[in-house]
Write a protein that binds this ligand. Structure first.
Ligand code: ADP
Ligand code: ZN
Length: 190
């Protein structure tokens, strides 16, 4: 893929759970590292402490990342000479993440964000839709549907093994919650 060399830009990798978003983010960041570029990686964190943690893919690949609570913390943590900013699970950040990505790209940074495009209901997720709109490069990747084996574009939420309802609470005490990748046909929202 053609990449600009004289200005910054935004790349977004989206898809359902298990589609390989983290894998792809890690691959791009590792290649930037090989090119001796100054990279930094962020992921959302519910704690208010900054601790070093990794972005880890389901296949076991990992890269060091800084968990942050608010998108604006990025400004506290980046140096002047940063060239590449990676962001995983971008859907969980506040809307400000979009303005920050744009600002960084305007300043010459390559911003690579990965995250869910849709929630378990199949609806656009958090700031991802706006980020997709302003990005130079978008990759929408698929997982494998766990029911039929076709390309999966959606994340199926299961509660105690059964499809979650549209209005089910985000956290259900005492219930076992899990997720599967599914295609449009096999995806169920009751
Ligand atoms: P994401 O960040 O999109 O959730 P990851 O990069 O963490 O995805 O993991 C992708 C890996 O998950 C694949 O390379 C594969 O090894 C594994 N995997 C497990 N279940 C599935 C599935 N249903 N479809 C595709 N890959 C799957
Ligand atoms: Zn299917």
């Amino acid at each position: 893929m053609y990449r600009p060399v004289n200005h910054g830009y935004i790349e977004v990798v989206v898809g359902p759970m298990y589609s390989g978003k983290s894998e792809e983010l890690i691959r791009r960041l590792k290649r930037a590292k090989i090119a001796k570029q100054n990279i930094i990686v962020f992921k959302p964190h519910i704690d208010d402490r900054y601790s070093k943690k990794d972005v880890v893919s389901h296949s076991g690949d990992s890269i060091e990342a800084i968990p942050i609570k608010e998108a604006s913390s990025i400004y506290d943590l980046i140096d002047e000479d940063v060239q590449v900013v990676g962001i995983d699970e971008v859907q969980f950040f506040d809307e400000e993440i979009v303005d920050i990505a744009v600002d960084l790209a305007n300043k010459g940074v390559r911003v690579i964000a990965a995250g869910l495009d849709m929630d378990f209901k199949g609806e656009p997720f958090g700031p991802t839709p706006r980020l997709l709109a302003v990005a130079e490069f978008v990759d929408k990747i698929q997982a494998i549907c766990s029911v039929c084996g076709q390309p999966a574009t959606r994340s199926q939420r299961l509660i105690d093994g059964k499809p979650a309802r549209y209005d089910d609470p985000i956290i259900q005490v005492g219930a076992v919650e899990s997720y599967e990748a599914r295609c449009r046909k096999c995806h169920v929202v009751k």
